[in-house]
Design a protein around this ligand. Structure first.
Ligand code: PEP
Ligand code: MG
Length: 583
């Protein structure tokens, strides 16, 4: 068979080479037949039993969730439990059996198809993606009805075989993804999914090369085909020629060598060739991630996304973590970092990070009641988080970071609430750092454009480029259909970034970048040239960024960056940014 190449969305770095293992297609073939009146109740009961079995299955998955499972997995299972309990799934198909006398499988598939068609009409990309969750839940019930076991569980994967196995699927449900943890796979490819779809998020936390949004890859790739995944570029090569295979094998070995070499930089201070010190911090989602941060040589935590505590096991019980539970998590992170600063961001939920199904019904979640807006609307919950963070500040240097601020009154209200939380703790005789620095995320264009408002009121600023790009370019960050428009070097973004850094420097207020741009080595020099001194990123990216810094000379990069900032034409900007790396 001739070799061919497919293009999708890169979600996880590295190269995987192996043989394709196809997971059964999402649309299970089911029998369609009409039942007699006397069989109706038995058929209803059969479907009810299957739904109950899936409930138990999901609960079992929850119970067996390994301690170190990414927090998102718990949240995904929650979503599936909610879907399963919804009358649209748990009751409507029963009505179809009663009214139309369809067999149980047919009734269920009819209802899922109907719901899927309704979801296709939805404009909001995040909600549209939930169609996949509904189909995954439907599939689970069908598997019980038809007696076919979970396809992923059927895979034989001795570590030897698994190391060369590439899983190809139309879609993989997050709970099925759990099984990846205990098995060795080289990588995976799915037809569905955007950059921030559930599967993509899990792939990144497991650090497996993967490509998603490949449209019809699962139909084009045959069982046992040789497959290469280039996770850096979102490219999949099927049945490569021996020459291509060799090239990628070499590249793969080179990556292993590079990783080894990089690990030697762990203790090297991040200083440019001309002697400017740069601070490299880590982004974490749970207290236990501090280990990866320390292993990568991070000098502190620049972004602790506290919302993951709310999406994990506590969220499973459909209650928020208490002040004491939160305090314990923050204290753990602070203690683990042994005197290095820990920047804890207050709750940033809503949009792509819902903690309950109710959040998903917002009209336009990214523009809705998320992050600080949500916190100010729920003062009791916010106060308990503020007290928990303040209490942790008695155990080591803590900074408090507030997401999504856009208005002066939001800043003022937040600062007032922080003072109230301090007063309450004083009264209760609880210790905290009275001078805890408070910072703002600059991630709404309005904030970047009115920076003095923030510089006057805050102790530090942190630029959230993920949202800044989303809001400036009006490109939904989770929608693969507009992923080609999501451009970090759009001149508008470069303007907002460079002006924020420059105004911050003038006002003598520290500015960091904690969005994905900070960990992209193709952009390290551009950010350095803008005057950025503090970068916060996923621990896995830290040492490559450090290497880039060690090889950079600000006296060369800075004037060249100034010139780039005057450019407007995208092609010229792209060329000049690439040229900086060669400088
Ligand atoms: C950002 O928006 O760049 C950011 C760091 O926050 P999050 O990705 O959690 O929205
Ligand atoms: Mg953000």
């Amino acid at each position: 068979m001739a070799s061919f190449t497919l293009h999708g969305i890169p979600v996880s770095r590295g190269i995987a080479i192996g043989r394709a293992h196809l997971l059964a297609s999402a649309a299970l073939e089911v029998k369609h037949y009409l039942i007699g009146e006397e069989q109706v109740e038995a058929e209803v009961e059969r479907l009810q039993n299957a739904i109950a079995t899936v409930h138990q299955e999901l609960q079992a998955v929850w119970r067996e969730l390994p301690q170190d499972a990414p927090a998102e997995l718990g949240a995904f299972i929650d979503v599936h439990v909610l879907i399963l309990s919804d009358p649209m799934i748990s009751e409507m198909p029963l009505e179809i059996i009663r009214e139309r006398h369809y067999n149980a499988e047919w009734a269920l598939v009819t209802q899922i198809d109907e719901l899927s068609a309704q979801f296709d009409e939805i404009e909001d990309a995040y909600l549209r993606e939930r169609k996949n969750d509904i189909q995954q839940v439907g599939e689970r019930v069908l598997k019980v009805l038809t007696g076919s076991a979970s396809t992923l569980a059927n895979l034989s994967s001795s570590p030897d075989q698994g190391a060369h196995m590439i899983v190809v699927a139309h879609d993989i449900s997050p709970s099925d993804m759990l099984q990846f943890r205990d098995r060795t796979f080289a990588g995976f490819i799915t037809d569905l999914g955007g950059q921030n779809s559930h599967t993509a998020i899990v792939a990144r936390s497991l650090d497996i090369p993967a490509a998603v949004g490949m449209y019809n890859a699962s139909a084009l790739i045959a069982q046992d085909d040789w497959v290469i995944i280039d996770g850096d570029n979102g490219v999949v090569i099927v049945d490569p020629t021996p020459m291509v295979l060799n090239q990628y094998r070499e590249r793969q070995q080179q990556l292993v060598r590079e990783r080894k070499k990089l690990s030697k930089l762990k203790k090297t201070p991040a200083v440019t060739k001309d002697g400017v010190e740069i601070t490299l911090l880590a982004n974490i989602e749970l207290p236990q991630d501090t280990q990866a941060a320390l292993d990568a040589g991070a000098v502190g935590i620049g972004l602790f996304r506290s919302e993951f505590l709310f999406m994990g096991s506590a969220g499973h019980n459909h209650r928020l973590p208490t002040e004491d539970e939160q305090f314990e998590s923050y204290r753990q992170a602070v203690a683990a970092m042994k005197g290095r600063p820990v920047t804890i961001r207050t709750l940033d939920i809503g949009a792509d990070k819902p903690i309950s199904a109710a959040d998903e019904t917002a009209l336009n979640p990214a523009l809705g009641l998320r992050a600080i807006r949500y916190c100010l609307a729920e003062p009791q919950m916010f106060m308990s988080q503020l007290r928990a963070i303040l209490r942790a500040s008695a155990y080591g240097p803590v900074k408090l970071l507030v997401p999504m601020l856009a208005h002066a009154h939001e800043i003022d209200q937040t600062l007032t609430m922080i003072e109230q939380a301090k007063a309450q703790l004083r009264e209760a005789g609880k210790k905290f750092d009275p001078l805890i620095p408070v910072g703002a995320m600059i991630e709404v264009p309005a904030a970047a454009l009115t920076l003095p408002l923030f510089a006057q009121r805050m102790d530090f600023l942190s630029i959230g480029t993920n949202d800044l790009i989303q809001y400036t370019l009006a490109v939904d960050r989770v929608d693969h259909e507009v992923a080609h428009l999501y451009n970090p070097i759009h001149p508008a973004i470069l303007y907002l970034l460079s002006s924020t850094i420059a105004i911050g420097a003038k006002a003598n207020i520290p500015v960091s970048v904690c969005g994905e741009m900070a960990g992209d080595i193709k952009l390290t020099r551009l950010l350095l040239g803008m005057g950025l001194k503090e970068f916060s990123m996923h621990p896995a990216q830290l040492l490559s960024v450090k290497q880039e810094i060690l090889n950079s000379d600000l006296s060369v990069i800075t004037p060249r960056t100034r010139k780039i900032l005057r450019l407007m034409e995208p092609a010229a900007i792209a060329e000049a940014v690439a040229g900086l790396r060669a400088a």
